[in-house]
Design a protein around this ligand. Structure first.
Ligand SMILES: [Zn+2]
Ligand SMILES: [Zn+2]
Length: 323
């Protein structure tokens, strides 16, 4: 079990089944991986502020709507309420898969605004799957809270303006929207729990074991490179049927045939750069140790990669080897 202090100040115990390998400067993945560090550094104070506002607004609206739902609860349409809740959870699971698939598969962290704010956390998560366990509540849930503010505000306005008869008539719809909002809001928290192996409350592991929320073992399927399946991360209920239908593959083929864009092309470019840099770094170090003549040639190569890609792998190698 390891204890890690996050940059936002929270301290949590976690363990992950993936191998560590993160205590070396040229680590292939994990918190010390140059790519993971580069992506983590893009988390700005402005983003933090947006997350705080979103969390406060979202949870206030959620509490407000919950009070009204309890007040107007009636068993008269119990089956419709149940149907609304299940449909809301399924919609949230599908939405989590669609958004996750989009951010994993298309675009780049270098894109203006969306790259840093939206694509970055998904790409960082593949290189450093434990990073999410070091994010505090605000960083984990901020973005999703922002998404659900509008439907929750709309529901609150309905409760304030509509007559009791109209509220009674729309009640199952409100249950659908509320279940959808709750599960969308908690998707990242549920995802974080699926990577946490120690210190989880008993009720969380119970929900995981009953597959009411994303189980840990289930989510590991997505973390096998090249991360092309099991994108749903709320309950994971839709992962198996969507995989059997070849849903994501077909959607990628369709988009590639329409746009010519290859899925995961940015990931492949980043991976090849880092693995090449890693090989060169290892080569330089081994040459230094063995006193071979290729040292200067390799350092020149590393300098070239440093100039082109500005990666930390080369930077750390250059500072330690040249000086
Ligand atoms: Zn992913
Ligand atoms: Zn994950």
């Amino acid at each position: 079990m390891a204890s890690t202090k996050s940059k936002s100040g929270s301290s949590e115990n976690f363990h992950t089944p993936e191998p560590s390998g993160s205590d070396q400067p040229g680590a292939r993945w994990g918190p010390q991986h140059a790519g993971a560090q580069e992506l983590a550094e893009l988390y700005s104070p402005g983003k933090r502020c947006q997350e705080w506002i979103s969390v406060l607004l979202c949870f206030t609206l959620m509490a407000f709507n919950f009070c009204y739902l309890v007040t107007y609860f009636h068993l008269g349409h119990a089956w419709h309420i149940l149907l609304g809740i299940v449909a809301g959870i399924l919609t949230a699971d599908f939405a989590s898969g669609l958004v996750h698939w989009g951010a994993d598969t298309w675009g780049s962290v270098d894109l203006p605004i969306v790259g840093k704010a939206f694509i970055r956390p998904f790409r960082e998560h593949h290189i450093d799957p434990t990073a999410i366990t070091r994010h505090d509540f605000i960083e984990t849930n901020g973005d999703n809270c922002m998404l659900t503010i509008f439907p929750l505000a709309n529901m609150a306005a309905n409760f304030l303006m509509l007559s009791p008869a109209e509220i009674y008539r729309n009640y199952p719809l409100y249950c659908y929207v509320f279940a959808l909002a709750i599960f969308v809001t908690l998707t990242n928290q549920i995802h974080k729990w699926s990577h946490t192996y120690f210190g989880l409350p008993r009720w969380v592991t119970l929900l995981q074991d009953c597959h009411i929320i994303l189980p840990r073992k289930h989510h590991r399927v997505h973390h096998v490179s090249p991360h092309e399946t099991y994108f749903c991360i709320t309950t994971g209920w839709l992962n198996y049927p969507l995989e059997k239908l070849g849903f994501w593959r077909n959607l990628e083929d369709l988009i590639q045939s329409l746009t010519g864009e290859k899925p995961r092309s940015d990931d492949l470019r980043r991976k090849s750069v880092f693995s090449l840099a890693h090989c060169l770094s290892s080569n330089v170090i081994s040459c230094l140790h063995k006193g071979k003549k290729r040292r200067h040639q390799n350092i020149a190569e590393l300098k070239w990669y440093h100039t082109i890609y500005n990666t930390k792998v080369e930077r750390s190698c250059l500072t330690s080897d040249i000086s």
